[in-house]
Design a binder for this molecule. Structure first.
Ligand code: GLN
Length: 453
């Protein structure tokens, strides 16, 4: 009950959880005890965790941070939830998030903003802000999240924890409420890279119910964590690429200073650094904010007030029922994305926007491949600034979108990346360092961060 008690004490100030499943957690813990006694425990048996409220959980409320689903109890478990249950992990509950995972600050939740545990007047980042804040405040040792454009890495950075988004297709999207399907990917939060490695190992794997799930053998992401023989520098031979464009402008001075110190530490560990270039990375935000809303407008058409979700109380006919249910059920940011998405997909505009964005996506992916010819991993900032004040960017969507500048290109290319804490900026706020790997380099990324930690 250690974590349940901590949630009870600290969640009112943080708003990290939407649902706390005390009874379910206690029952799962008893089952785990029995399994441990029987000698059939897996690495996560008995370990508490929290799920982002984007993952469907059988019998437990799944809201996706939206009024639309504020009464939705899923009849089945997401693949990730089922895997972790089978591993014996103990779910404490469901964490707060930006509505339908759209946002970078967790201010778009129907259930109110999450507060950053380091300074409760500041945002925790988003959209997986509840999971990040829960791990940062030790309300849960590990948590699941999803990352469509940075929603695991950015909140990890802003709350001083470690978060990894694997290669697209590694974690099944079955039962993970869809935002932008070609970008959405489940990920893991922990206090360290080692904790993330254990969680990701249990979450990943082929699932035939997700058509983009990759048919690959299961991997043990802890396999490269072992410390080197005494005397060796653990990262000797590792070439870290530093994209010129990431270090050019836009990064706050305190973030830059923390990053420089961390890169020195990497050199002390034996790594070398080499400048690389991602010339098209600056086009990632415009490309993403065409592709993601386009896919969202299609995915969110299923919320019509008929099959599940919020339904308006009064209406004259079917069309008005749809219209009123959606008008009442979705928040402002979700509506903005649906409008943008519908526009860029509409006849006469498709070629000008969506098709162009898909071409940029290809160029961005090619830039990364060229960079990986010169280096093993890419390092840079996760977020251009530390956590900002609640309300500061809430009325300025473009400012909010720009905070994703370093994370989004990775999703467009489908690459794995993590963020780990690398010191503190002004006001003692955590700074995150992002490590990007080539496809399927998760174990390498985690081992690299582990040596730093
Ligand atoms: N901030 C980005 C967005 O609003 C990314 C969100 C995410 O990764 N789910 O779309």
């Amino acid at each position: 009950t250690l974590f349940l008690d901590r949630i009870e004490r600290h969640n009112p100030a943080l708003n990290a959880f939407i649902t706390v499943d005390r009874d379910g957690a206690l029952a799962a813990a008893r089952a785990a005890d029995a399994r441990i006694a029987a000698g059939t425990a897996a690495p996560l048996t008995g370990i508490p965790l929290a799920h982002k409220d984007v993952f469907c959980t059988e019998g437990v409320l799944t809201t996706c941070g939206s009024k639309m689903l504020s009464n939705f109890v899923s009849p089945y478990d997401a693949h990730v939830v089922a895997l972790l249950k089978a591993a014996g992990a103990v779910s404490l509950g469901k964490t707060n998030m930006d509505e339908f995972a759209m946002g970078s600050s967790n201010e778009n939740s129907h259930f109110g903003p999450v507060k950053n545990p380091w300074d409760t007047t500041r945002v925790p980042g988003g959209s997986s802000g509840g999971s990040a804040a829960a791990v940062a405040a030790r309300l849960a040792p590990i948590a699941t999240g999803t990352d469509t454009g940075g929603s695991v890495r950015q909140p990890a950075a802003l709350t001083g924890v470690t978060g990894i988004k694997p290669t697209y297709g590694v974690v099944s999207r079955y039962g993970m409420i869809a935002y932008a399907s070609s970008l959405d990917q489940g990920g893991a939060f922990g206090a360290s890279a080692a904790d993330c490695a254990v969680l990701l190992s249990a979450m990943a794997g082929f699932d035939q119910r997700d058509s983009t799930s990759l048919e690959r053998p299961a991997e043990d992401y802890t396999r490269e964590l072992a410390a080197p023989a005494a005397g060796d520098k653990p990262l000797t031979g590792l070439r870290i690429g530093l994209p010129r464009e990431f270090f050019a402008e836009g990064m706050a001075d305190d973030v830059r200073a923390a990053l420089d110190t961390a890169l020195d530490a990497y050199r002390q560990l034996g790594a070398s650094t080499v400048e690389v270039s991602l010339p098209n990375a600056k086009l990632a935000i415009p490309a993403y904010y065409v592709i993601a809303p386009a896919e969202a407008s299609s995915n969110l058409s299923r919320f019509d007030g008929v099959r599940y979700g919020h339904r308006a109380a009064e209406y004259r006919d079917l069309a008005e029922m749809y219209a009123k249910s959606r008008a009442e059920g979705f928040g402002a940011e979700v509506k903005r994305r649906i409008l943008v998405g519908t526009y860029v997909l509409s006849h006469g505009y498709y070629d000008a926007y969506y098709l162009q964005a898909q071409k940029l996506r290809r160029l961005i992916a090619q830039d990364f491949q060229a960079a990986f010819a010169q280096c093993d991993v890419i390092a840079g900032p996760t977020s251009p600034t530390t956590a900002w004040a609640i309300g500061e960017k809430a009325d300025d969507p473009v400012q909010m979108y720009l905070s994703d500048i370093y994370t989004i290109a990775v999703n467009l290319a489908g690459l794995p990346a993590l963020s780990h804490p690398c010191g503190f900026g002004a006001g003692n706020l955590p700074v995150g360092l992002q490590l990007i790997g080539d496809y399927f380099a998760e174990a390498r990324l985690l081992a690299t961060a582990h040596q730093y930690q």
